[in-house]
Design a protein around this ligand. Structure first.
Ligand SMILES: [Zn+2]
Ligand SMILES: [Zn+2]
Ligand SMILES: [Zn+2]
Ligand SMILES: [Zn+2]
Length: 330
């Protein structure tokens, strides 16, 4: 079940004053460890181990899971003792009630799971809900974006952008379950499918070259959304076509991103994937442009050897000129 409390204004991080929701373990902004004591004297009891508010009637601390049974503990599991709300029955059917977001049943001590539907993302470390603005997971205290899992690819992509002289547009990378891509409504958030990093495909199986390639490709989408008005210019449209045309593509093209050599099969595109849609064409052009550090001369001589059509040269020139114009060159 999902039960998200509306944050009350007085719930703020003591260090950085970020708004908090009750019973978060860490501040999502400054990662300070939080403690939820019985400050309002609602129950008159705090866990002797973790210091968080508990009920005298409980047998287990719902926050740290330790046994706190004593003479005051209720013989029978209760629905909601004083100071706590009833949000669900214990997952294990002990008959007691639990309040969001208790980690353990206060009556039988067993682990509880919650749904986090109101959150924008899932923490790649603990699978609980996180939002895109969060740097730290409020539940487990790890990096909420999962960027810590792909430091090498991120460093490499950042370095390549710098040497290609592409100005930072303040993009953010976040690992997500099930998707890679950039949504037009959030053009600066680059989503990377976390199964490449955490799931069945383990980190060591997926090469970091592939991750860098995927990242550069998605950065291309983000860059384009960020400069969307550019797509209306005649020169852009002649090179890439109509980027607004609707499309659906399967996410199963990931192998393509590892390929760092220009494909020889299609005369007018850098890769087979680029031919699927004008937006993919741009993202692939961007990927090659950045991976080759914006060195057109090298790219063009390779195009010559591979008998690429004039259109491919023009795509890179359009991008190159635009990147230069952003830096105030002419
Ligand atoms: Zn804080
Ligand atoms: Zn405790
Ligand atoms: Zn229980
Ligand atoms: Zn977490």
């Amino acid at each position: 079940m999902s039960k998200r409390e509306v944050p009350t204004p007085e719930l703020r991080c003591p260090r950085c004053h970020t708004e908090l929701e009750p019973f978060w373990s860490y501040c999502p902004s400054c990662s300070r460890r939080l403690e939820w004591k019985d400050t309002l004297r609602e129950t008159g009891a705090e866990c002797a181990y973790c210091g968080w508010i508990v009920s005298d009637a409980s047998s287990f601390c719902p926050w740290c899971g330790r046994n706190i049974q004593d003479d005051d503990s209720s013989e029978e599991p209760l629905k909601a003792p004083k100071g706590f709300k009833f949000h669900a029955r214990c997952d294990w059917g002990c008959g007691g009630g639990v309040m969001y977001p208790m980690r353990f049943c206060p009556w039988c001590g067993r682990t509880q799971s919650w749904r986090y539907d109101d959150f924008e993302n899932v923490c790649p470390h603990c699978d609980r809900g996180v939002d895109d603005w969060m740097a730290t997971c409020p539940w487990c205290g790890e990096d909420a974006t999962g960027r810590d899992l792909i430091p090498r690819a991120l460093r490499r992509a950042r370095r390549l952008l710098i040497v290609s002289r592409i100005r930072d547009w303040h993009y953010r990378v976040a690992l997500r379950p099930g998707v890679s891509g950039v949504a037009p409504r959030a053009p600066k958030v680059i989503e990377l499918d976390r199964r490449y990093v955490t799931g069945k495909r383990r980190r060591d199986e997926i090469s970091w070259n592939m991750l860098t390639g995927l990242l550069l490709h998605e950065l291309g989408h983000s860059f384009l959304y960020h400069h969307w008005s550019w797509t209306r210019t005649g020169r852009f449209r002649r090179a890439f076509g109509e980027v607004r045309k609707a499309y659906r593509v399967a996410d199963e093209h990931w192998v393509d991103f590892e390929r760092r050599r220009i494909a020889t099969t299609l005369t007018d595109y850098v890769s087979a994937y680029a031919a699927t849609h004008p937006q993919e064409d741009f993202a692939e052009t961007f990927r090659f442009y950045v991976a080759r550090r914006g060195r057109l001369r090298e790219l063009f001589s390779e195009f010559g050897r591979k008998r690429k059509g004039v259109r491919v040269y023009e795509k890179f020139l359009v991008l190159h000129d635009f990147v230069r114009s952003l830096r105030g060159w002419k």
